[in-house]
Design a protein around this ligand. Structure first.
Ligand code: NAG
Length: 178
Protein backbone atom coordinates (compact mmCIF):
# COMPACT_ATOMS: atom_id res chain seq x y z
CA UNK A 1 0.00 0.00 0.00
CA UNK A 2 1.20 3.46 -0.83
CA UNK A 3 0.20 6.51 1.19
CA UNK A 4 1.12 10.17 1.18
CA UNK A 5 1.31 12.74 3.91
CA UNK A 6 1.61 16.48 3.50
CA UNK A 7 2.52 19.15 5.97
CA UNK A 8 1.48 22.51 4.59
CA UNK A 9 3.47 24.60 7.07
CA UNK A 10 6.94 23.29 6.34
CA UNK A 11 6.09 21.41 3.13
CA UNK A 12 7.48 17.94 3.67
CA UNK A 13 6.41 15.24 1.26
CA UNK A 14 6.44 11.76 2.76
CA UNK A 15 5.72 8.66 0.71
CA UNK A 16 5.28 5.61 2.93
CA UNK A 17 5.26 2.00 1.79
CA UNK A 18 3.40 -0.01 4.40
CA UNK A 19 2.84 -3.70 4.97
CA UNK A 20 0.86 -4.99 7.97
CA UNK A 21 0.78 -1.45 9.41
CA UNK A 22 4.60 -1.15 9.39
CA UNK A 23 6.47 1.30 7.17
CA UNK A 24 9.13 -0.70 5.34
CA UNK A 25 10.24 2.01 2.88
CA UNK A 26 9.92 5.74 3.21
CA UNK A 27 10.69 8.62 0.91
CA UNK A 28 10.92 11.86 2.89
CA UNK A 29 11.56 14.98 0.80
CA UNK A 30 13.81 16.44 3.51
CA UNK A 31 16.02 13.37 3.25
CA UNK A 32 15.71 13.24 -0.54
CA UNK A 33 15.97 9.49 -1.00
CA UNK A 34 14.38 6.22 0.02
CA UNK A 35 15.12 4.66 3.38
CA UNK A 36 14.38 0.98 4.05
CA UNK A 37 13.33 -0.32 7.46
CA UNK A 38 13.28 -4.10 6.87
CA UNK A 39 15.67 -6.35 4.94
CA UNK A 40 13.26 -6.36 2.02
CA UNK A 41 12.79 -2.57 2.40
CA UNK A 42 16.54 -1.85 2.46
CA UNK A 43 17.03 -4.04 -0.62
CA UNK A 44 14.39 -2.18 -2.62
CA UNK A 45 15.26 1.28 -1.29
CA UNK A 46 18.84 0.72 -2.54
CA UNK A 47 17.56 -0.31 -5.96
CA UNK A 48 15.21 2.69 -6.25
CA UNK A 49 17.89 5.10 -5.06
CA UNK A 50 19.99 4.04 -8.06
CA UNK A 51 17.15 4.93 -10.43
CA UNK A 52 17.45 8.66 -11.16
CA UNK A 53 14.03 8.76 -12.86
CA UNK A 54 12.21 7.44 -9.79
CA UNK A 55 14.18 9.74 -7.48
CA UNK A 56 13.59 12.82 -9.62
CA UNK A 57 9.88 12.13 -9.68
CA UNK A 58 9.70 11.77 -5.89
CA UNK A 59 11.81 14.89 -5.36
CA UNK A 60 9.44 16.91 -7.57
CA UNK A 61 6.39 15.94 -5.50
CA UNK A 62 6.82 18.73 -2.92
CA UNK A 63 6.15 21.29 -5.62
CA UNK A 64 3.88 19.27 -7.89
CA UNK A 65 1.67 17.86 -5.17
CA UNK A 66 2.14 19.63 -1.80
CA UNK A 67 2.67 23.21 -2.87
CA UNK A 68 0.06 23.02 -5.61
CA UNK A 69 -2.60 21.63 -3.30
CA UNK A 70 -1.71 23.88 -0.37
CA UNK A 71 -2.34 26.86 -2.61
CA UNK A 72 -5.65 25.44 -3.77
CA UNK A 73 -6.83 24.70 -0.23
CA UNK A 74 -5.79 28.13 0.94
CA UNK A 75 -7.61 29.91 -1.89
CA UNK A 76 -10.73 27.92 -1.05
CA UNK A 77 -10.75 29.53 2.42
CA UNK A 78 -9.94 33.09 1.38
CA UNK A 79 -9.59 34.89 -1.95
CA UNK A 80 -9.43 37.43 -3.44
CA UNK A 81 -8.37 40.51 -1.45
CA UNK A 82 -8.40 43.87 -3.20
CA UNK A 83 -7.37 47.39 -2.38
CA UNK A 84 -9.04 50.21 -4.31
CA UNK A 85 -9.68 53.91 -4.08
CA UNK A 86 -13.22 55.18 -3.59
CA UNK A 87 -14.59 58.55 -4.52
CA UNK A 88 -16.60 60.12 -1.76
CA UNK A 89 -18.42 63.44 -1.50
CA UNK A 90 -18.30 65.52 1.67
CA UNK A 91 -16.01 63.44 3.88
CA UNK A 92 -13.62 64.96 6.40
CA UNK A 93 -10.65 63.75 4.34
CA UNK A 94 -10.18 64.04 0.60
CA UNK A 95 -9.33 60.40 -0.07
CA UNK A 96 -10.84 57.05 0.79
CA UNK A 97 -9.33 53.61 0.27
CA UNK A 98 -11.33 50.42 0.42
CA UNK A 99 -9.84 47.05 1.33
CA UNK A 100 -12.13 44.19 0.38
CA UNK A 101 -12.10 40.46 0.99
CA UNK A 102 -14.73 39.02 -1.31
CA UNK A 103 -14.79 35.37 -0.46
CA UNK A 104 -13.74 33.88 2.84
CA UNK A 105 -14.94 31.08 5.10
CA UNK A 106 -15.48 30.81 8.01
CA UNK A 107 -16.36 34.29 9.31
CA UNK A 108 -13.87 35.82 11.70
CA UNK A 109 -11.51 38.03 9.72
CA UNK A 110 -9.24 40.88 10.73
CA UNK A 111 -8.72 43.80 8.38
CA UNK A 112 -6.31 46.48 9.51
CA UNK A 113 -4.56 49.49 8.02
CA UNK A 114 -0.98 50.66 8.27
CA UNK A 115 0.44 54.03 7.39
CA UNK A 116 4.24 54.17 7.19
CA UNK A 117 4.41 51.04 9.32
CA UNK A 118 2.12 52.27 12.13
CA UNK A 119 -1.33 50.80 12.66
CA UNK A 120 -4.10 53.29 11.86
CA UNK A 121 -7.06 53.23 14.24
CA UNK A 122 -8.89 56.47 13.47
CA UNK A 123 -10.96 57.20 10.36
CA UNK A 124 -11.41 53.49 9.71
CA UNK A 125 -14.88 52.08 9.14
CA UNK A 126 -15.90 48.61 8.16
CA UNK A 127 -18.94 46.76 6.98
CA UNK A 128 -20.11 43.68 8.83
CA UNK A 129 -18.88 40.32 7.60
CA UNK A 130 -21.67 39.86 5.08
CA UNK A 131 -22.83 36.42 3.95
CA UNK A 132 -22.64 35.93 0.18
CA UNK A 133 -25.32 33.25 0.43
CA UNK A 134 -22.95 30.45 -0.63
CA UNK A 135 -21.18 29.84 2.74
CA UNK A 136 -18.67 32.56 1.93
CA UNK A 137 -18.54 36.04 3.46
CA UNK A 138 -17.29 39.39 2.26
CA UNK A 139 -16.13 42.49 4.09
CA UNK A 140 -15.11 45.99 3.08
CA UNK A 141 -12.99 48.24 5.26
CA UNK A 142 -12.62 51.95 4.49
CA UNK A 143 -9.80 54.29 5.39
CA UNK A 144 -10.36 58.02 5.08
CA UNK A 145 -7.12 59.93 4.81
CA UNK A 146 -5.31 62.99 3.57
CA UNK A 147 -2.66 61.85 1.09
CA UNK A 148 0.96 62.78 1.83
CA UNK A 149 3.64 62.38 -0.80
CA UNK A 150 6.03 59.51 -0.24
CA UNK A 151 3.89 57.78 2.39
CA UNK A 152 3.16 54.07 2.37
CA UNK A 153 -0.34 52.83 3.08
CA UNK A 154 -1.08 49.13 3.43
CA UNK A 155 -4.02 46.93 4.21
CA UNK A 156 -3.46 43.73 6.19
CA UNK A 157 -5.94 40.88 6.20
CA UNK A 158 -5.68 37.98 8.61
CA UNK A 159 -7.86 34.89 8.60
CA UNK A 160 -7.76 31.31 9.89
CA UNK A 161 -7.11 30.12 6.32
CA UNK A 162 -3.82 32.02 6.14
CA UNK A 163 -0.46 31.07 7.60
CA UNK A 164 0.47 34.76 7.60
CA UNK A 165 -1.55 37.92 6.90
CA UNK A 166 -2.05 39.12 3.33
CA UNK A 167 -0.56 42.62 3.13
CA UNK A 168 -1.36 44.82 0.15
CA UNK A 169 0.46 48.10 -0.39
CA UNK A 170 -1.41 50.98 -1.95
CA UNK A 171 0.06 52.14 -5.24
CA UNK A 172 -1.22 55.70 -5.80
CA UNK A 173 -0.12 55.65 -9.45
CA UNK A 174 -2.92 53.20 -10.22
CA UNK A 175 -6.58 54.19 -10.14
CA UNK A 176 -7.38 50.72 -8.89
CA UNK A 177 -4.94 48.29 -7.36
CA UNK A 178 -5.07 44.67 -6.41
C1 NAG B 1 11.47 13.85 7.40
O1 NAG B 1 12.83 13.98 7.59
C2 NAG B 1 13.23 15.02 8.47
C3 NAG B 1 14.75 15.09 8.47
O2 NAG B 1 15.31 13.84 8.80
C4 NAG B 1 12.66 14.75 9.86
O3 NAG B 1 12.98 15.83 10.71
C5 NAG B 1 11.14 14.64 9.75
O4 NAG B 1 10.61 14.30 11.01
C6 NAG B 1 10.76 13.57 8.72
N1 NAG B 1 9.31 13.55 8.59
C7 NAG B 1 8.57 12.45 8.79
C8 NAG B 1 7.09 12.62 8.68
O5 NAG B 1 9.06 11.37 9.05
Amino acid sequence: MKSSYISVIDMVFVDNYIFNKDVYIQFNSTVGEYVGYTAHGVYNADLWNKDTNILQQERAEVDRYCKHNAELYQSILISPVKLSSVTQAGGRHPAVLMCSAYRFYPHGIKVSWMRDGAVVKTDVTSTEEMPNGDWYYQIHSHLEYTPKSGEKISCAVDHAGLTKPIIIDWDPSLPESE
